[in-house]
Design a protein around this ligand. Structure first.
Ligand code: 1PR
Length: 530
């Protein structure tokens, strides 16, 4: 029996699912005493350091946690839970951590690296632990903006370190207490194996583990991610299907294209090695997700078998239902997180939020981006951008941000700007892609999913000009999307732009290009991959 400390932050469902998948039962901490009496305790954490500490405080969990650690009872901390073991964090100045490990949590601030770190990175292991039994050095999934600093005072705690700009602590252990910055429950088979070692054995350190390279001093490198995207909507028969459009038109001979069933397809991509899976409820702007329970159901069922990050978008906005009940965008996002999402993606509502922010010139704290980012952390908020090219003869012809293009417009126009759209490309707005992403990043978004209506479904390659235009504008991670037609297109986008990830839909759905082929070519070309 495994005990889970669910204090209402982030996606705990995945941890629960992973424990069950590994054949163990889970019960929740209901009272502070349960923390002390648990045989094995998992302390997960997603989101803001200050929010986590406040929730622990409110529930009376701080002292029992300290006591449990003092008594050397088995505990596995994940992500912010590792950070909570330290004295404090730049994320919440003045808020005390548990103070078990000397040292502070700092924000990544490397000029050439995007923050948050989102993706698959390696470990340098500093001491033996049973928890790494069977671990062969695979990359594991990290998502965080803050990191634990290495000092002389905390060296005895260091189990593993990772490099992202600088070297930081990615694993700590002493006796039966272990914590990781990465998410074992989201790190595929390698992560599940680490979790299994804890569930099975505990994590007593200093036990010799055969065959483990120790310590590996080569710097670790984050992988470029390959994301499979499932556009989901109800077809005319009322079934929720995976569809795929050409430049956002998903109908063929009048009917919605049906390419597969969402849960089954997501599982296939997990097994084939996708680094992440995204669901976009493409009619979410008109169907309200809290009433569209099938979408939540899809997420719940997918997260039972898929142990890589799941993003879901569509319909995240405030809403009043027919009975007059109001839901905030945060309520909608929370329902998605509780159902197994690691990140949510906002499309139309991000455009309205950015327009409002640019108009007011100040943050109100009320936009969907701000609300969700404050509670779940920037790393959980993706902005899905649906831009379309607008050609002009000269930058002077528009107040928008233009680029000189290698591909002139229909009348030979040498410049273009990218107009943002809402409602799945159905309505163009008076804001360009640079204005949008900058405003969203300032409001607290943690990642940009950059689609391109002109390229979507064309198999002609990513829009490199658009991607570089946006890359120059923001320093949060960027996912290139729309247009992938071959493995070579992924090589091109990673060689010619500085994106962290590339996403495709049609070629994977139609089995034209297997995910493994993309990864193999990346390896051959020396592009870091998982
Ligand atoms: O506005 O917050 O409700 O979110 C709706 C979401 O649905 C947005 O993220 C928007 O991008 C998406 N969406 C709306 N309509 C469509 C459509 O296709 N008719 N799909 C749509 C967007 C784009 C990508 C696609 C890539 C790769 N699809 O997700 O998967 O372009 O395709 P490819 O590799 O086949 O070229 P809200």
């Amino acid at each position: 029996m495994i005990t889970l400390l669910d204090y209402g932050a982030g996606n705990v469902r995945s941890v629960r699912n992973a424990i069950r998948k590994l054949g163990f039962e889970v019960r929740d901490v209901e009272r502070p005493d349960d923390i002390l009496s648990a045989e094995k305790l998992i302390f997960p954490g997603v989101g803001n350091f200050g929010v986590v500490m406040e929730r622990l405080q409110q529930k009376g969990y701080i002292e029992p946690l300290r006591q449990r650690i003092k008594e050397n009872k088995p505990l596995l901390g994940i992500c912010v839970a590792l950070q909570a073991l330290f004295e404090g964090s730049e994320e919440a100045p003045g808020v005390a951590g548990l103070g078990i490990i000397p040292g502070q949590i700092k924000r990544f601030s490397h000029p050439r690296l995007s923050v948050p770190q989102i993706g698959w990175n390696g470990l340098k292991i500093h001491k033996h632990s049973e928890i790494f039994s069977g671990y062969k050095g695979e990359k594991l999934y990290f998502v965080h903006s803050f990191y634990a600093t290495i000092t002389d005072e905390n060296r005895e705690w260091i189990l593993a370190t990772t490099d992202y700009g600088n070297e930081y602590i990615s694993g700590v252990a002493r006796g039966n207490v272990t914590a990781f910055q990465f998410h074992p429950e989201k790190s595929g088979v390698a992560g599940l194996n680490i979790l299994h070692n804890f569930l099975k054995n505990g994590a007593e350190e200093d036990q010799p583990v055969s065959g483990l390279p120790l310590p590996d001093k080569k710097p670790t490198r984050i992988a470029k991610r390959i994301i499979a995207c499932l556009d989901v909507r109800t077809n005319d028969a009322g079934d929720l299907v995976v569809t795929k459009g050409d430049q956002y038109d998903v109908r063929e001979k009048g009917a919605v294209r049906n390419l597969s069933l969402p849960v089954e397809l997501a599982r296939r991509y997990y097994e084939e090695g996708a680094d992440e899976i995204t669901f976009l409820n493409i009619t979410g702007f008109r169907d309200f997700p809290m009433q569209d329970q099938p979408m939540l159901e899809i997420l719940k069922r997918t997260s039972e078998n898929v142990f890589v990050p799941l993003t879901i978008g569509g319909g995240i906005r405030e809403f009043t239902d027919s009975e007059g009940k109001s839901y905030s965008a945060l309520d909608v996002a929370s329902a998605y997180f509780r159902s197994g999402a690691d990140k949510i993606s906002i499309g139309s509502d991000a455009v309205y939020a950015a327009e409002q922010y640019r108009h007011d010139g100040r943050k109100t704290g009320k936009t969907s981006i701000e609300q969700i980012s404050i509670v779940y952390g920037a790393q959980a908020v993706v902005i899905s951008v649906d831009p379309r090219r607008v050609y002009v003869n000269s930058p002077d012809d528009t107040p928008r941000n233009t680029i000189k293009t290698k591909y002139p417009g229909p009348k030979g126009e040498a410049y273009c700007w990218y107009q943002c759209t809402v409602k799945g490309g159905r309505e163009g707005r008076n804001i360009d892609v640079v204005e949008l992403v900058q405003a969203c990043a300032e409001l607290g978004a943690g990642e940009i999913l950059l689609n391109c209506i002109d390229k979507d479904g064309t198999n002609s390659g990513f829009d490199i000009e658009l991607i570089n235009h946006v890359r120059r504008a923001v320093s949060i991670p960027l996912i290139a999307s729309s247009g992938a037609g071959s493995s070579a297109h992924f090589i091109e986008v990673f060689a010619e732009t500085d994106v962290e990830a590339a996403l495709a839909a049609g070629i994977f759905h139609r089995k034209e290009v297997p995910l493994a082929e993309v990864k193999n070519l990346m390896r051959k070309k020396g592009i870091e991959t998982r």
